[in-house]
Design a protein around this ligand. Structure first.
Ligand code: NAD
Ligand code: GLY
Length: 359
């Protein structure tokens, strides 16, 4: 087992990573002293796969559980779903100390987290992420949110979990497309903060794709460590935390313009390609980084070229990004593999030119 501590004073917590660790949830929550009446929030797909072992583990340590369901899909990460959950929590007698256990991918984690942040002004949250993306990214750092109107994650809060329990064995049932989405975020961490992780990915990508337990534990722990350090230094996203959005400004715009037909990880991969190409055009990095990144993304099953979308629409969609300040779009550019910087000084004409080149 690997344990990463997220150090945030009174809100500090452990991220526990291991194959089969879901069956130790009861013990871990007992040690945290959480109320023994717990509510599991999940979707029908994940419930069918993993709730039996979770419930057994909780029952064996004296926890009583209620399970609440949200249908599968990003469209259910909404205020309407949150409203239904508030109602069901009230009906089931949930109190201010009742822990909410988010069992699922980032959609469940963000929604259950948002409900945990707001129900009775905040109840304890436990993240039980079952996708690679959720294990390396969304379950860590306390950003919880729902989508509203056309905009993603625009109604939210910061609400740190009491613990994150990442069971790598749950990734065995994850579709390949979802694995690729998660690997995209791992590559992002390597480019922003860890050149050794980048080399590790180059050497071990096949092992990772074959779901080797050790390789999975290694990349999840390394990613979690990077995210933990960034969050410890900038919990409320005032500066440094922006670096986690490497590739995401263009990525979000690509997702939006494609009407979410292009998955998040795929869109971020295109965004990362755009960032290294911009950095190369500005003379900040050499061509070798572009070649290495493109090769790695391709091997991971990720897109490196922009499909059929209108560049003008992507440029327009970027104006709605949460990172736009005083009309200027903020980009994260690489200085090297393992080092990035934040700038709002990239000429939009250059961005447009690079997007055209990526078509
Ligand atoms: P997801 O939650 O939709 O899960 C992807 C699919 O996999 C779903 O169909 C789900 O039911 C299924 N699934 C989950 N676990 C499974 C398993 N073990 N086996 C088989 N199927 C399984 O998608 P995601 O990629 O995990 O998360 C995306 C969400 O995360 C987005 O809403 C995004 O905005 C959010 N996000 C949040 C943060 C944050 O910091 N809070 C960071 C990144 C992304
Ligand atoms: N996923 C970006 C962040 O947590 O800040």
């Amino acid at each position: 087992m690997k344990t990463i501590r997220v150090k945030l004073g009174q809100n500090s917590y452990n991220i526990c990573i291991d194959s089969g660790i879901l069956s130790q949830t009861g013990q871990i929550l007992r040690e945290l002293g959480l109320n023994d009446k717990a509510v599991i929030i999940t979707n029908p797909i994940v419930e069918k796969l993993y709730s039996t072992s979770l419930k057994q583990s909780l029952a064996s340590k004296g926890f009583r559980t209620t399970t609440l369901f949200v249908p599968d899909g990003e469209e259910y990460k909404s205020l309407e779903s949150a409203g239904k959950l508030y109602h069901q929590l009230t009906e089931s007698g949930a109190e201010r100390t009742t822990p909410l256990l988010a069992l699922g991918g980032g959609v469940i984690g963000d929604l259950a987290g948002f409900v945990a942040a707001t129900y009775m002004r905040g109840v304890p949250l436990v993240q039980l992420p079952t996708t690679l993306l959720a294990q390396v990214d969304s379950s860590i750092g306390g950003k919880v949110a729902v989508n509203h109107g056309q905009l993603k994650n625009n109604i939210g809060a910061f609400h740190q979990p009491k613990t994150v329990i990442s069971d790598t064995a749950t990734l065995k049932t994850l579709p390949d497309t979802e694995m690729a989405n998660g690997i995209s975020e791992v590559i992002k961490y390597a480019v922003i903060k860890d050149k050794e992780l980048f080399t590790y990915l180059e050497k071990n990508l096949d092992l990772i794709k074959s779901l080797d337990d050790n390789a999975l534990e290694t990349i999840i722990a390394k990613s979690a460590q990077i995210k933990a350090e960034v969050v410890e230094n900038d919990e409320k996203d005032m500066g440094l935390r922006n670096t986690l959005n490497f590739g995401h400004t263009i990525g979000h715009a690509v997702e939006t313009v494609s009407d979410f037909e292009i998955a998040h990880g795929q869109a971020v991969a295109i965004g990362m390609m755009a960032m290294v190409k911009i950095a190369a055009k500005l003379g900040i990095i050499g061509p070798n980084i572009i070649i290495r990144l493109e090769k790695l993304l391709k091997r991971a099953g990720l897109m490196t070229r922009l499909p059929r979308l209108e560049v003008k629409q992507i440029m327009q969609a970027m104006q709605y990004d949460k990172k736009v300040q005083s009309g200027k779009i903020r980009f994260i550019l690489p200085r090297a593999i393992g080092e990035v910087f934040i700038t709002d000084d990239v000429n939009p004409a250059l961005v447009e030119k690079i997007l055209m080149e990526l078509k």
